[in-house]
Ligand binder design. Structure first.
Ligand SMILES: [Zn+2]
Length: 698
């Protein structure tokens, strides 16, 4: 049976889906003669093929490389870099390394990187302190996001204090060193994603926020969204981060080169201090430390809650993460609710007409600023139009019968937008964003009854492999297609073989080679990383040491009790709960909350504000103590034993409830036959294993 301690850890794991930081023990740099001559980090790694190189050369000639304005803008206002290229975490490991990407500054062209992506990866090598305009500064290259400092009358107003306390603290030290020591008087969280608030404890002391000395300003719904977006499917999202963020790939021309909106996510202490000022109006004006700001609330855009800010006296527009130097995710590969491209576009359009007519500088939480009204309007219009066209162009085709399974083959971005660097799809991917739009409006079904009850890929593939005459002809044909550079066709049949015969190593290695070439050819970091990670996992499995750096106690404290109870319902094994029926009253006196928890029909329910006088058990525990259970620091049993929690009624129902819970493990198998040795419980092939999911019962 699962202890409450591990139960708490699981909750923590799910909190940090965006804050992945892998500490993994296997040495990726070992090489053999195969890979040494090309310098590949993986002993089975291959160089770009002649077909990949031909594509690379074609793109070099076709794309608008003559337009070099981004390079001027990216370096404009540079003040200083720090002497160090690594930032250490308080825990002793490296929280952040810019140095490991230095290969991008060697003025070399890598044919294992899409030329447009290499361009973006070089642009994202900004590192240090920059002046946006006198009075507005950014530290870039200290984390995935930028941290922005606005000079008030008496101190700094910080916009978006990064992911980690350590990187945010280092950024504050850097600016104070070069521009003079000033206190932080306010913080603005532009939106609910962790790379925009996790480092807040590096720039302010919580007691100053509680006393009101320091303002923390955030959009409506911030706390709820900061926590809730990643809980229910958190373990799966964490696992999929390995794909989208290339977590297992080293920084290398053959591996991880960029993350479109920065290099990656810092691996330090993640904290959260609740805001004490909420933006409630659609357009709201506020003066903070003598700086006049107009907030534009832009819900359901890049995040469920997000605010842009205009500084009218400075003619400066802060675009939060609504406008960066890439088209963003409408559908994000790690998994998230599909975003609303049309609403996003409309919010950019509103900003264009509210602020974009006068603004002389536009800056954001990622990438680099744009100067001059003409340039700002150009970028805003291109971004507005790309999101709107994605929505409209996709639905235009959908209304003529194009399905979710074909839209990525049909949908095209207008040529004039393809020629604009500001709207290339480095973070999002055009194909998957277009499928996301279809999914948003029509869901996953394409309307064809053949796809209403699809066979599992294992069942389907076994049939295909048999029909195709077994592994031999599939590998032969796969090799033929690979030799001709027809990678998607090769993947089509080799993937069938991988599912049909998960132990066929020859097939898997050829499939990995195909994924690798596809990875080299992608402009989107999400796709590059997913293909290269697929190749890595097929070749090496999932390293046994791969774990996730969890979030901190701040996140558990901020989590609503009801959300935690919902997640217990997700962790429940229905079969184990069959026949159980009970009710528990949960009272948390310190926050005045009451919940009624009810198990019936193998389903765990909870309702806030209700109690049942005939409940089997009543548990009274302060929420501040329950936090410790949720964090895995203490068990509920410990709390009952030492009197911290009081119970009345039948205590055995707690044991019953615990007996139904399982532990989600991060390392579940995505690609067939990649289960780490000794970790057979993670094998998802139903022909070998009864339990279909990710179960590591302790
Ligand atoms: Zn961000």
């Amino acid at each position: 049976m699962q202890s409450n301690r591990s139960l708490g850890k699981v909750i923590l794991n799910t909190l940090v889906v965006f804050i992945i930081a892998i500490t993994f023990s296997c040495d990726q740099k070992e090489s053999n003669t195969n890979s040494q001559d090309i310098g590949h980090f993986d002993s089975k790694g291959k160089a770009p093929s002649e077909f990949t190189i031909a594509k690379w050369e074609d793109l070099k000639n076709k794309m608008p490389f003559k337009d070099e304005r981004d390079f001027e803008e990216q370096k404009k206002g540079f003040i200083a870099s720090p002497e160090y290229t690594e930032i250490m975490a308080d825990a002793g490991h490296v929280a952040w390394s810019m140095g490991k990407y230095s290969f991008l500054l060697e003025d070399k062209e890598y044919q294992s990187i899409h030329p447009s992506l290499q361009r973006q990866a070089v642009l994202n090598m900004n590192y240090g302190l920059y002046e946006v305009i006198p009075g507005i500064y950014q530290v870039r290259g200290f984390d995935l996001a930028n941290i922005t400092f606005v000079k008030g009358k008496t101190g700094w107003i910080v916009f978006d204090p990064l992911t980690a306390e350590e990187t945010a603290r280092a950024a504050l030290e850097l600016i104070n060193k070069h521009l003079g020591e000033r206190p932080v008087v306010a913080v603005v969280y532009s939106h609910s994603h962790g790379d925009h608030w996790g480092g807040v404890r590096g720039v302010v002391d919580e007691k100053d926020v509680i006393s009101g000395k320091v303002k923390i300003i955030a959009p409506t719904g911030f706390m709820e969204h900061a926590i809730s977006e990643n809980i229910y499917a958190g373990n799966a999202m964490n696992r999929r981060m390995f794909m989208q963020y290339g977590v297992l790939l080293p920084a290398d021309p053959y591996g991880h080169v960029d993350q479109a909106i920065g290099k990656g996510v810092a691996a330090g202490n993640l904290g959260l201090i609740a805001p004490n000022v909420t933006i409630t109006e659609h357009i709201q004006e506020m003066t903070v430390d003598g700086v006049k700001m107009i907030f534009q609330d832009t819900p359901d855009t890049e995040a469920p809650c997000e605010i842009n800010t205009y500084f009218p006296d400075l003619k400066a527009f802060w675009a939060a993460e609504n406008i960066t130097a890439t088209i963003h995710n409408i559908y994000t590969l790690r998994g998230a609710m599909v975003r609303d491209a049309l609403n996003w576009s409309k919010n950019i359009n509103e900003a264009l007409y509210l602020f974009g007519q006068d603004a002389e500088v536009m800056f954001a939480s990622h990438s680099w600023p744009r100067w001059g009204n003409e340039r700002i309007q150009e970028v805003m219009k291109d971004q507005r139009d790309t999101y709107a066209h994605l929505n409209n162009g996709v639905l235009h085709l959908v209304n003529q019968g194009v399905t979710i399974n074909e839209i990525h083959n049909e949908y095209e971005v207008p040529q004039s937008l393809q020629d604009s660097w500001a709207v290339r799809s480095y973070h999002g991917d055009i194909g998957n964003n277009s499928r996301g739009v279809v999914n948003r409006y029509l869901g996953h079904w394409d309307g064809n009854p053949a796809n209403l009850i699809p066979l599992s890929p294992y069942e389907s593939s076994a049939l295909f492999v048999e029909m195709m005459g077994g592994a031999k002809p599939i590998i032969k044909k796969g090799q033929e297609l690979y030799n001709k550079g027809e990678y998607l066709y090769a993947i089509e049949i080799l993937n069938k073989l991988a599912y049909g015969e998960p132990d066929n190593n020859e097939g898997k290695e050829l499939l990995a080679d195909c994924y690798e070439q596809m990875g080299y050819q992608q402009e989107s970091t999400s796709l590059r990383n997913a293909f290269l990670s697929g190749a890595f996992e097929l070749r090496n499995g999932i390293p046994a040491g791969a774990t996730v750096k969890t979030g901190g106690p701040d996140l558990v404290k901020a989590m609503e009790t009801g959300l935690w109870l919902d997640f217990l319902g997700i962790r429940m094994v229905s079969e184990k709960a069959a026949g159980m029926e009970f009710k528990i009253n949960l009272i948390t006196p310190d926050n005045g909350e009451k919940y009624l928890i009810e198990l019936s029909n193998s389903t765990l329910n909870n309702i806030e504000g209700f109690q049942d006088q005939k409940a089997d058990l009543t548990v009274t525990i302060n929420r501040s103590d329950l936090d410790l259970v949720m964090m895995g620091v203490k068990t509920l049993d410990d709390m009952i034993a030492d009197g911290t929690a009081k119970t009345e009624g039948d205590r055995s129902v707690i044991d019953k409830l615990k007996s139904t819970m399982i532990h989600f493990d991060l390392r579940f198998e995505i690609l067939p036959g990649t289960v780490p040795v000794g970790d057979q419980q993670f094998n998802r092939n139903p022909f070998q294993q009864d339990m279909p999911a990710v179960i590591g019962a302790e």
